[in-house]
Design a protein around this ligand. Structure first.
Ligand code: COA
Length: 163
């Protein structure tokens, strides 16, 4: 895998976004279905000019591999982190590298102090990504999310600028 870096999302990434959201486990990563080029372009456009957050494409060489974002930045300099990678690049350290780069950017460039994230307890890969980027476990939110009529516990992680 080439060196991982972050860059802003571009309209030409729409075919990649469409491909990535075709995966079954991606439906929770967007507010609605992404099944057309128009949907993908809207998904990309939502990030431009966002005042309380920023999303980056995770890129290896010239290949887009996934997304890492911090949203909901509040007046306490806290932010909420999320990430996903395309199925074809998973298991190669892409999400972990992307999250480490986002964390550096958020603390050093954006001036944040606390980054938070949560994953369903049946998502061990996401838990590994979080812990490998230094996000400590802070607790469990019981039955927080409901998908297809099933409720899931969510494990919370956070990393501080001073960790
Ligand atoms: C979760 C996700 C982002 C991981 O992306 P990735 O690029 O494969 O992540 P990485 O390769 O950096 O790391 C994956 C880690 O999980 C581990 N892992 C993968 N599947 C696992 C499983 N079933 N059980 C335990 N660990 C697992 C890998 O071994 C690796 O750990 P390591 O670094 O100790 O070897 C990706 O699967 C994804 O996008 N899933 C759908 C969206 C999603 O769930 N996003 C997170 C929402 S909280």
């Amino acid at each position: 895998m080439s060196e991982i870096r972050l860059r802003d999302w571009l309209p030409q990434d729409a075919p990649f976004v469409l491909e990535a959201f075709a995966a079954q486990d991606m439906s929770a990563q967007a507010a609605g279905p992404i099944t057309t080029t128009q949907d993908a372009l809207r998904w990309i456009d939502q990030w431009s000019g966002l005042e309380n957050g920023h999303a980056f494409a995770i890129v290896a060489g010239d290949r887009v591999c996934g997304n890492v974002a911090v949203t909901g930045i509040d007046r306490h300099d806290n932010g909420w982190v999320s990430y996903w990678t395309a199925p074809r690049v998973r298991g190669k350290g892409v999400a972990s590298a992307g999250l480490r780069l986002l964390t550096e950017w958020a603390f050093a460039e954006r001036g944040l102090f606390r980054l938070e994230l949560g994953h369903r307890v049946n998502n061990p890969a996401s838990c590994r990504v979080a812990t490998s980027a230094g996000f400590l476990v802070e607790g469990l939110e019981r039955a927080k999310l409901r998908y297809d009529g099933v409720r899931y516990d969510v494990e919370l992680h956070a990393r501080l600028a001073t960790d």
